[in-house]
Design a protein. Structure first.
Length: 305
């Protein structure tokens, strides 16, 4: 983040990207890597981290956002009243972090794959803490299910540096978020990828948001390996909300393909007659675990079927 400013007050509009969103304010990084604390022009809506915007500086440190470009993807989560709130934009990749011990949470992995499909972004499965097991061979069969669906799988250990090169390669040239349940190592992975994270947060707080509580802000960080990570407590705890069975099924490519031959278009592959998915399970083309996961996600969202 550069603090070297040569910009004079002007009505000329500049292009930039929101790298920090904090309540009604945003820090915008211009194309020449200068940063401005901005408020939005009335009527254009609320900006979120990752937004591409046009703005005009009002002095060397501040500006007014004039417009928000169309978003390729929008991450949302409900607020305290249950209303969906946008928290991050223009994400390319969802890094799904799961610890390999005590056991892999396959249902949670499948939930995040559904989320990635709904956002139209790429899911990547990251199995962390592999240093705690003797070998990973016993997990290969389950991971092959995802690999055959075109989903990248990475095994990592921060302590041993195993897999970190593969992770950095996956992050390069993408805007990514890391998601997963507490205790799987998301914070440690981010600190490994961004060793000076605390310094960067301190710079932002002292330079633009002095005296303000910033632990709830959503930040975009540039990675030395290339690419960016968007991170905040809200982003890390992102999960599914209010999806139909059809939308949930979009995260199960093999079930979608098989379901085209089901007798009924609204077949949910339980006890319906003429269910081709259950035939494919008996034939070994689809795993029972994946179908169980599909049903569990529907049930957990309190959808009746």
């Amino acid at each position: 983040m550069s603090n070297q400013k040569s910009t004079s007050p002007t009505t000329e509009h500049y292009k930039g990207r929101v790298i920090v969103s904090h309540r009604s304010e945003a820090i915008v990084e211009s194309t020449d890597n200068n940063t401005f604390l901005c408020k939005s022009k009335k009527g254009i809506g609320r900006t979120i981290c990752g937004d591409n915007v046009t703005f005009h500086p009002i002095n060397e440190n501040e500006g007014i956002i004039q417009s928000i470009q169309a978003r390729s993807s929008t991450l949302t989560r409900p607020d305290s009243r249950g209303k969906l709130k946008s928290i991050a934009a223009n994400i390319d990749q969802l890094i799904i972090v799961s610890a390999i011990v005590p056991e892999i949470n396959f249902e949670l992995i499948d939930r995040y794959i559904v989320a990635a499909r709904m956002l139209k972004i790429s899911p990547v499965i990251l199995l962390n803490k592999i240093d705690l097991v003797d070998d990973t061979d016993s997990y290969d069969d389950e991971m092959d299910v995802y690999i055959k669906l075109g989903i990248k799988v990475i095994y990592t250990s921060i302590k041993a540096e195993d897999g970190m090169k593969s992770l950095r390669n996956a992050l390069n040239k993408n805007i990514s978020i890391l998601v997963g349940q507490s205790g799987v190592g998301k914070s440690s992975l981010i600190k490994q990828l961004i060793p000076d994270l605390d310094i960067r947060i301190g710079e932002i707080s002292s330079y633009h948001l002095e005296g303000k509580h910033t632990t709830t802000s959503t930040n975009l960080y540039h990675l030395d390996c290339g690419g960016d990570i968007i991170d905040s407590p809200g982003v890390r705890n992102f999960r599914l909300w209010n999806l139909s069975p059809h939308e949930i099924q979009s995260g199960f490519d093999e079930i979608v393909e098989s379901s085209h031959k089901c007798k009924f278009n609204n077949c949910l592959h339980k006890k319906e007659p003429g269910c081709n998915v259950r035939e494919d399970i008996r034939g070994g083309n689809i795993t029972q675990r994946r179908l169980d996961s599909f049903h569990a996600i529907i049930q957990s969202l309190e959808l009746k079927y």
